[in-house]
Design a protein around this ligand. Structure first.
Ligand code: SF4
Length: 625
């Protein structure tokens, strides 16, 4: 499970690449298929029948059972509405008499307007019929996810499904245990979908992409189904989770499910693997691939080997254009949970995902996995090639929205792309991640807006010049203020990634950082944000050289499976957990325009010091341009 509104790009990239090399490749999104199957009238009926067999007394489940007839009657219509296939249903949904309501709707009472009883009038006005209905329909789906979690599978989430089985799990044991447990309704549904896909395509090689820990359990269930059906069918695991967490994997049981595991960009390892499977390349010449010793490799039966015949990667200019063929692009669900115009972009609308370049051109931030290929190997492409790809994708999908999923798209490349889009008169809407660096001048921001840029996101991390310097972020708070204002001035929405708990961060630093953030909202420089708790990873400069950041790493246990996060001791001893609650509460309110004039200390449960930041710091920084 990754997201419901649009396909994850890895399979589209690999399908496009493999076809460009003459390989007959097809793709399926079993995550979306699973959700659509469970959230259908037949799916809900199965859930209801299961509850009848195994009664469950939780209030969430009881409420679902009481209103089951209504859920059964409405679910298929609601899904069609969220897929954009039945927009007039919005009027019925907005009546609040059509959909059954569970606990998720209780939150609406917070907004209850005493004057006219219109709970969401402040957000949608009197005309936002579609958006309002989409929000109600999203709450309805969230209620159903709660039911699935309480009645069927406690690990169920639309994203991050069962992720604790995989994320930084030193051994394979928890996953092995879960995979040997009897299948529940979710597992059986995924099994049916896997078998149907296998029957449809009759593949001899199946590649499973796992971008995040929340995809791992299902990926192994898919492989388990395939192997039980046909043990000779070759299965391969790859994707972001593997590239980050399985680099030192030594667990042979993984190969009961997958025959090969490849690291980093899939193109080159897959070409090598295909050659090997055709008998044109010996196993010792695979590229970035884990294998388990077998009878053919006599001296190391059952042992995991990492084979890496050194060969250059396929340049970014030659990876080809992603292809969506095979993905049901009209069936993704545009949901709307956060009533914030920027936040909604992540869950609402079908965006073609593309990258401007490979890797990060900056690759210095000390908390980032800069030693890994997907960040550390920067490889650009000519603007003409990028816009060729954009035009081809529009032709294929009929959609002009693009989300550039670079970790930090380079300003130079964005400028060249914008000029090329304008020169060719291509109409697109696009958004993506950047670094708030000073080359984003008001002139460049205007050019980007003209080319179709509607929103950008970037890291302000801990808003503190001392910590930004320690992080090697290469930006300062006043510079971020000026850059973000330049974007907002031309109508581009700005989202800031924020962080807390960085090594040596004191309570005073945290209070001051929140005061900067408050002022950035107040001055209209940013429209949304998200606070992440800093985690130290073994691939980051902090994890590699902890002493430079004043911390001590807690030794890891023996690792045979996943390795990524690592605990550390920070001598400052700050309780970041409790501060995090205050930070998130404040941010949530700021995003809705609430509480911007309150004293920053009022957001925290515990006593915290007064902010040392001038109340007009950002306003002055903006005047000083
Ligand atoms: S945090 Fe972003 S800008 Fe910094 S190195 Fe990583 S990808 Fe690049």
């Amino acid at each position: 499970m990754t997201q419901l509104n649009t396909p994850y790009p890895s399979t589209a990239y690999l399908t496009g690449f493999l076809r460009s090399r003459g390989v007959e490749a097809v793709q399926e999104d079993l995550a979306l298929a699973l959700v659509l199957k469970l959230l259908s009238s037949t799916g809900l009926k199965s859930v209801f029948e299961q509850i009848e067999v195994n009664p469950n007394s939780s209030p969430v489940v009881s409420k679902f059972c009481e209103q089951f007839d209504k859920y059964y009657a409405t679910i298929d219509r609601v899904i069609a509405f969220l897929q954009g296939r039945d927009p007039t249903l919005a009027h019925r949904i907005n009546s609040r008499m059509f959909l059954p309501e569970g606990a998720r709707f209780d939150a609406l009472d917070v907004y209850e307007d005493e004057d006219d009883g219109d709970s969401l009038g402040w957000a949608f006005g009197s005309l936002g019929v579609q958006d309002r209905a989409r929000h109600y329909a999203t709450l309805y789906l969230s209620d159903l996810a709660d039911v699935l979690r309480e009645a069927v599978d406690p690990r169920f989430e639309f994203v991050r499904y069962a992720e604790s089985l995989a994320a930084s799990q030193p051994t394979f044991d928890p996953l092995a245990e879960a995979l040997s447990a009897p299948m529940n309704l979710v597992d059986r549904t995924l099994q049916d979908l896997t078998l149907a896909a296998i029957t449809r395509h009759q593949p001899n090689l199946v590649l499973v992409s796992v971008p995040f820990p929340g995809n791992v359990y299902a990926a192994f269930r898919i492989a388990q189904t395939i192997k039980s059906q046909d043990s000779g069918m070759i299965t391969v695991l790859g994707g972001g989770f593997v590239n980050t967490e399985l680099r030192e994997m030594t667990e042979p049981r993984v190969f009961d499910y997958f025959d090969y595991i490849t690291l980093d960009d899939g193109e080159k390892p897959l070409l090598a693997l295909l050659e090997h499977l055709r008998g044109e390349r010996p196993r010792e010449q695979l590229v970035r691939t884990f294998v388990r010793g077998n009878e053919a490799t006599t001296n190391c039966l059952g042992v995991v080997h990492y084979v890496n015949h050194p060969e250059p990667d396929v340049p970014f200019a030659e990876v080809g254009t992603p292809i969506w063929d095979g993905l049901p692009i009209d069936h993704y669900l545009s949901t709307l949970d956060m009533l914030n115009p920027m936040h909604r972009l992540w869950s609402d609308g079908r965006w073609n995902k593309l990258t401007v370049a490979h890797g990060c051109y900056w690759k210095k931030c000390s908390f980032c996995d800069v030693t890994l290929d997907y960040i550390g190997r920067y490889d650009g492409v000519a603007a003409s090639t990028l816009v060729d790809r954009i035009e081809t994708i529009i032709q294929e999908t009929g959609q002009t929205g693009f989300h550039f999923v670079d970790e930090a798209a380079p300003p130079k490349a964005l400028k060249a792309m914008a000029q090329e889009l304008l020169r060719r008169n291509v109409t697109v809407s696009w958004w993506g991640n950047i670094r708030f660096e000073k080359s984003f001048t008001p002139e460049l921001c205007e050019l980007l807006a003209e080319s179709g840029c509607i929103a950008i996101s970037g890291g302000l991390e801990v808003a503190s010049d001392r910590l930004l310097k320690l992080m090697k972020k290469g930006v300062s708070v006043d510079q971020v203020a000026r850059v973000t204002q330049a974007f907002t001035d031309v109508g581009i929405l700005v989202h800031a990634y924020l962080m807390y708990g960085f090594p040596t961060q004191t309570v005073q630093d945290t209070v001051d950082a929140l005061e900067y953030v408050r002022q950035l909202f107040e001055e209209g420089c940013i429209q949304s944000g998200f606070f992440h708790r800093f985690t130290c990873t073994v691939h980051s400069p902090v994890g590699k050289n902890p002493e430079e950041y004043g911390i001590q790493l807690v030794p890891l246990p023996a690792i045979s499976f996943a390795k990524n996060d690592i605990d550390f001791i920070d001598p400052t001893g700050v309780n970041h957990e409790s501060l995090g609650l205050g930070l998130n509460k404040a941010l949530y309110n700021f995003m809705h325009g609430v509480g911007l004039d309150a004293d920053i200390r009022s957001w925290f449960e515990d006593n915290v010091p007064r902010s040392k930041v001038r109340r007009d710091f950002i306003a002055r920084a903006l005047c000083d341009q």
